[in-house]
Design a protein around this ligand. Structure first.
Ligand SMILES: [Zn+2]
Ligand SMILES: [Zn+2]
Length: 277
């Protein structure tokens, strides 16, 4: 009995100039994955605009090349991705896209798509995001209006991008997690059980499990030794009564939505029905 893949890991591409945010290389993460018997691995370094993110398209192209090489060496299937940043302002303002700094060109290069909220976004978003974070977390219970806005932002992210899973839902932000998870589930999006951050309450996880939500366990490793470490996720599974059949990478490989998203979108615009994206 085992997990077959880890779809959220960081490498030295998560950095601010020379200052590293994560320790290993793509190959080191892949070697660890091979050593512990994983069939699949994703590299999802922080997206553009994160204070410790992949700097630009050129750096992402290099990351992708490293993935191909590590795949050849280790035999582990490796997805090149980014941890895309959710802009909560998009929950209220239609002109603001849900993802910061990610256009269609970048999106089409991603082999796996995850999205989540991060406070530490570089200028010009840093101050804005820090203000949201402060309002959401530091000053007690957020208002109903704020929760509604954040929930709407998560939903727009699901609607407008080929998201495969939501990373650490409700970390640094407060949305109606159960409502977001149900909405995600109806559209084939997994909810992450993150290996470093416990962001969901037990009763929320129980309600999600009761609604049939599907989860994915990831390490969010910032060093090669932590690749495949699902200790926190497993404890959440046990204490919340989540059935292992609802965990997409437990004894099986996930069916990622992004693989079908573009063809589904094309089919929809040409009037072909019955395609589930
Ligand atoms: Zn993150
Ligand atoms: Zn991460």
């Amino acid at each position: 009995m085992a997990f077959w893949g880890d779809y959220h890991t960081h490498t030295t591409y998560s950095r601010h100039g020379k200052k590293l945010h994560a320790k290993g290389t793509v190959l080191q993460n892949a070697l660890k994955a091979a050593e512990i018997g994983l069939k699949e691995l994703a590299i999802t370094d922080h997206g553009y605009g994160h204070a410790y993110g992949v700097s630009d398209e050129t750096a992402f192209a290099a990351l992708k090349e490293d993935c191909r090489e590590a795949e050849r060496i280790t035999g582990v299937r490796i997805y090149a991705g980014l941890e895309n940043n959710l802009d909560p302002r998009s929950g209220k303002r239609k002109e603001i896209p849900p993802f910061l700094n990610i256009d269609d060109g970048v999106l089409s290069e991603l082999e796996i798509v995850q999205g989540g909220y991060h406070a530490f976004i570089g200028t010009p978003y840093m101050i804005n995001n820090m203000m949201f974070w402060t309002r959401n977390v530091i000053f007690g219970v957020p208002t109903r209006k704020l929760i509604e806005r954040n929930t709407a932002a998560y939903k727009r992210m699901i609607d407008e991008y080929p998201i495969d899973f939501i990373g650490h839902l409700n970390r640094g932000i407060v949305a109606d997690a159960v409502e977001v998870a149900k909405y995600a589930h109806e559209r084939g999006v997994y909810i992450e059980l993150n290996g470093r951050h416990k962001t969901l309450k037990r009763d929320e996880l129980r309600a999600m499990a009761a609604a049939g939500v599907e989860f994915i366990c990831n390490s969010d490793a910032h060093r090669p030794e932590s690749v495949g470490d699902m200790t926190l996720g497993e404890s959440l599974i046990k204490e919340s009564g989540i059935p292992y059949e609802s965990v997409a990478n437990w004894e099986r490989l996930p069916n990622f939505r992004s693989r079908n998203f573009k063809s589904a979108r094309a089919a929809r615009s040409s009037g072909v029905s019955g395609v589930d994206d």
